[in-house]
Design a protein around this ligand. Structure first.
Ligand code: GDP
Ligand code: IMO
Ligand code: MG
Length: 425
């Protein structure tokens, strides 16, 4: 298939970076469509590990890479990432940034921190990268985009925003304001360095789609972090679901052929918010240690729990998933009995659809089905037939409960540790 979306189908960190990197070998264009450097995508190739936050994971190959209009860009972070890749011998000549993408400023980052502090024990647990405040300015229609940063009117727009934020932080948070000149000078420097990458990416993207080129849309975050369909208010401020591809890149839904949901063989979450299958016992700790479940962006411990088919079925529906890529199956090796959540119990009643109300979700008790585990190390298995019988049954069971097939199974972080049952791209 020519145009394929890879979308996170849990609470982020499902291993999207690895799956995108694996598929990107065949891609002619790879596009990031939403979010910013709240994302952290890890790609392991041989002995080399790459941690990417903004630049599409496809950069490790030679295709074109776009950061589209729906994203928010911290120019300092982007320049550091370009530098980081350069030091690892990866050139970014094929990178293009959309002129409509919104720019993150120091006041966004500070406001993110201040708002979290003000929320106290009800904090969201954001990544503190200024993502929410930047998207807030966008919807308030006062945001500054990449094209604005490169325009002669930049100074005036920035001055207006800095003045407004200074009034806000002094009045609401009782802290010092921001130095306009300092921000302006720094951002003029970033603009100079980044201008060569800035274009209207929707034009070559449309062209690539029309010419039936292989285009890969790289999801960030995950379905349950989606502003509209996630566990609101414990969500991010963008639309990671597949629908976000159209609004975020400027192409229509008729251009999309396949939507692949990336899911871990269990569930994790960073930050606050309900998580029905979360484990607080030794098993949760075991999964965290064996799966190295510590955040790529903030280093925080990830909360761990059993596979939750209620949320994955919800992801199948809200993204129109055509298949799943199952990651980290290797992490479950050695567990005697594995649990799969098939539904929730709320006040004694069985619920199979994901509730919208956060209070309902907090009351949800997972209803589990137990399946036998396997002992063998599977990190070197390359063919599905060679997996232990119970590992195969586990994958098939997830397929059956979620109602979509699983053509890709990952058994380790490396590019080579990927089992392909069917070619989907
Ligand atoms: P992303 O945000 O969805 O790209 O995921 P992250 O990169 O934040 O987190 C996934 C982590 O799991 C990374 O450290 C990957 O290298 C690692 N990983 C991905 N797939 C597998 C797998 O199948 N097995 C193991 N053991 N690790 C994996
Ligand atoms: P990738 O692309 C996991 C979470 C934060 C917090 C909430 C809001 O690596 O899967 P934000 O800073 O976006 O306002 O934080 O969203 N979050 C992620 N969790 N993976 C991510 O990205 C995330 N991006 C944001 O932890 O709970
Ligand atoms: Mg991540």
């Amino acid at each position: 298939m020519s145009r394929l979306i890879v979308v996170g189908s849990q609470w982020g960190d499902e291993g999207k970076g690895k799956i995108i990197d694996f598929l990107a070998e065949q891609a002619e264009v790879v596009v990031r469509y939403s979010g910013g450097n709240n994302a952290g995508h890890t790609v392991v190739v041989g002995e080399n590990e790459y941690k990417l936050h903004l630049i599409p994971s496809g950069i490790l190959y030679n295709g074109e890479c776009f950061i589209s209009a729906g994203t928010v860009i911290d120019p300092e972070v982007l320049l550091n990432e370009i530098d980081y890749l350069d030091k690892k011998g990866i050139k970014v000549d094929n990178l293009r940034i959309d002129q409509r993408a919104h720019v993150i400023f120091p006041y966004h980052k500070r406001l993110d921190v201040l708002a979290e502090e003000k929320r106290g024990k009800n904090n969201i647990g954001t990544t503190k990268r200024g993502i929410g405040p930047c998207y807030k300015d966008k919807t308030e229609r006062i945001g500054i985009r990449m094209c604005d940063m490169l325009s002669p009117t930049f100074k005036e727009k920035l001055k207006r925003n800095v003045d407004a934020k200074n009034k806000l932080v002094r009045a609401v948070y009782d802290v010092d304001g921001f130095d306009f000149e300092e921000i302006y000078e720094a951002y003029m420097g970033y603009a100079k360095k980044l201008s060569k990458y800035v274009i209207d990416t929707s034009i070559p993207l449309y062209d690539a789609c029309i010419k039936e080129k292989k285009v890969l849309f790289e999801g960030a975050q995950g379905t349950l972090l989606d502003l509209d369909f996630g566990t609101y208010p414990f969500v991010t401020s963008s639309n990671p679901v597949s629908g976000g591809v159209c609004t975020g890149t400027g192409i229509g839904p008729t251009m999309i052929d396949e939507v692949v949901g990336v899911v871990k063989a269990y569930t994790t979450r960073v930050g606050k918010g309900p998580f029905p299958t979360e484990l607080f016992d030794d098993m949760g700790e075991r999964i965290r240690q064996v799966g190295h479940e510590f955040g790529t962006t903030t280093g925080r411990s990830r909360r761990c729990g059993w596979f939750d088919s209620v949320i994955v079925r919800y992801a199948v529906r809200t993204n129109g998933l055509t298949s799943l890529a199952l990651t980290k199956l290797d992490v479950l090796s050695g567990i005697d009995t594995i649990k799969i959540c098939n539904g929730y119990k709320i006040n004694g009643e069985i619920v199979r659809d994901f509730p919208a109300n956060i209070e309902d979700l907090e009351l949800c008790e997972p209803v589990y089905e137990e399946v036998p585990g396997w002992k063998e190390d599977i990190t070197n298995v390359t063919k599905f037939e060679d997996l232990p019988e119970n590992a195969k049954k586990y994958v098939n069971k997830i397929e059956e409960i979620c109602g979509v097939h699983i053509p890709i199974v990952a058994v380790g972080p490396k590019r080579s540790q990927t089992i392909v049952r069917e070619n989907i791209f």
